[in-house]
Write a protein that binds this ligand. Structure first.
Ligand code: NAD
Length: 492
């Protein structure tokens, strides 16, 4: 619920703060309730910062830029390494904040922290990637060189589902490349950043290098309009990603905007059934289906659905839903009441379109006021229906049966999204054909969540990424540096 910070609905809950210019700041104005999705309780209030607060953070980041960009890259990398150690020391606390924010289990929260640490570790190699190039004697007595310099002040905008992981590779690369940052987390999951900035506060990084501005759409719009921001790294839904990319680039900014997804998992008749069912269940139902790389459509080739069905349904039915902080719980709630209602409506629409339920999670029977939807599987799904084509972002798997691998590839390539896709087969020839022909940026062979490790770029295609330069690995260095070419001659 949105009210003002001056007239709180409940004085018992903490009001979250921004972190600007090396200090915690307390914004005034509008605020939203932060709701624990497992209980429906308001646990904090998040400020909906204004354009004025964005400008204060941008001014702090600009003021810090000249000294930070002149700081040796290895020293900058050392601050990121200190942050990594701070996160490692407080791993359980960060994992618990993620779990409370998103509704993930503690194990999933820990998993997110550990994947994020890999991103921070990879950033340690960035100083080497900042080396330029030099060619001697490109003309008589003339040398040519290319050097890399930071882009400037970078705005980073996160989605709700990975409060830490979704932008860690970008932020660590931006810093080591010599940029300063203004970070806006999702207003739905802002608790994690309070712990993260407590860690940042303790690593001695110069004031103004790393800033936090809480809020919603107004903050994003102010960042897109601010002449003090040089680049924007956004992760979120396709609709907002497209909007951020077009408005940001129109304002002369460098923009990478990662969008939503609809990921197809293709199963061949020679797939190893039990392992395939396990991978598909983890991919589709883990984190309640709220991962941009979660598989959501199972495309079965040549009648293999009849072999896979019982195993997959049994795995889905065995999943324990409940309070994600409790031991023995496999998946928690979805992030909000609105998300639960949207997922329920999507299932109903699929039924109206002629699909049939083989596992029904609509009423998972979890006591209390949390926002739970259980694992759900629908068969006889029309390949052109919304369920097969549009992102639902819940623990729902749609089954579409086709006759051949080429038919499956045609289906995958017809999607407006191109984030991830998987093929389950023991045939090297089928895998090679799939890898070559499929129009999707990240491919898994017998891997349910084909997200590349931090050493490789994260390469969504089509509506899953707007902008030319992806995140992670060398790509991050390309995004967060500008190339300068210098041609030199001396007369004496
Ligand atoms: P979202 O697009 O609703 O929000 C993302 C960010 O944009 C938030 O910080 C939010 O405050 C802001 N925002 C929302 N509406 C806006 C508007 N109209 N104008 C300006 N800013 C706006 O996404 P979400 O629901 O928080 O996250 C889930 C989505 O993110 C899913 O679509 C998922 O697939 C996608 N995602 C993609 C990746 C990827 O790597 N491609 C990774 C994680 C999540």
């Amino acid at each position: 619920m949105s009210t003002t910070l001056d007239s709180p609905t409940d004085t018992q809950v903490p009001v979250l703060r921004n972190y600007v210019g090396g200090a915690w700041t307390a914004p005034s104005g509008d605020a939203d309730d932060v709701v624990n999705p497992a209980t429906g309780e308001t646990v904090a209030r998040v400020p909906l910062s204004s354009a004025k607060e964005v400008e204060a953070a941008v001014a702090a980041a600009r003021a810090a830029l000249p000294e930070w960009r002149r700081t040796p890259a290895t020293t900058r990398a050392r601050f990121v390494a200190r942050y990594l150690r701070g996160i490692e020391d407080r791993l359980d606390e960060v994992a618990a904040a993620i779990a409370k924010d998103v509704g993930k289990t503690l194990a999933e929260g820990r998993g997110e922290v550990i994947r994020s640490m890999e991103g921070l570790e990879a950033a340690g190699a960035i100083p080497m990637l900042l080396r330029g190039q030099l060619a001697e004697n490109v003309a008589s007595g003339v040398d040519a060189e290319m050097i890399r310099q930071p882009v400037g002040v970078c705005g980073v905008i996160s989605p709700f589902n990975f409060p830490l992981f979704s932008t860690i590779a970008q932020q660590s690369a931006a810093l080591v490349c010599g940029n300063t940052i203004v970070w806006k987390p999702s207003e739905q999951t802002p608790l994690t950043q309070q712990v993260l900035f407590d860690i940042i506060d303790g690593i001695g990084i110069p004031a103004g290098v790393w800033n936090l501005v809480n809020g919603g759409r107004e903050v994003v719009e102010a960042m897109l309009e601010s002449p003090g921001i040089d680049a924007i790294s956004f992760v979120g839904s396709a609709k907002v990603a497209q909007l951020v990319h077009s408005r940001g680039t129109a304002n002369g900014k460098r923009v990478q905007a990662l969008g939503g997804a609809k990921n197809y998992m293709v199963v061949m008749p020679d797939a190893v059934i039990d392992q395939t069912a396990n991978q598909i269940a983890q991919s589709g139902f883990g984190t309640s289906g709220q991962r941009c790389m979660a598989g959501s459509v199972i495309v079965t080739v040549g009648g293999v659905w009849s072999e896979l069905k019982d195993d997959l349904v049994a795995r889905g039915a065995e999943i324990t839903l409940g309070d994600p902080m409790q031991d023995g719980v496999d998946i928690g709630p979805v992030v909000s009441l609105a998300a639960a209602e949207r997922i329920q409506a999507g299932i109903q629409r699929a039924l109206d379109d002629g699909a049939t339920l083989v596992l029904d999670g609509r009423d998972p029977g979890v006591e209390g006021n949390g926002f739970f939807v259980g694992p759900t599987i629908l068969e006889n799904v029309d390949a052109e229906s919304d369920l097969a084509r549009e992102e639902l972002f819940g623990p729902v798997l749609a089954v579409v049966e086709v006759g051949s691998l080429d038919e499956a590839i045609e289906l995958v390539n017809g999607s407006p999204y191109g984030n991830g896709t998987s093929l389950f087969t023991e045939s090297g020839a089928a895998a090679r054909h799939f890898r070559a022909e499929v129009e999707v940026g990240m491919v898994g062979i017998n891997i349910g969540v084909a997200a590349p490790v931090a050493l490789f770029p994260f390469t969504g295609w089509k509506k899953s990424m707007f902008g030319d330069i992806p995140i992670q690995a060398e790509a991050s260095v390309d995004f967060f540096t500008r190339k300068k070419s210098v041609t030199t001659r001396y007369f004496s």
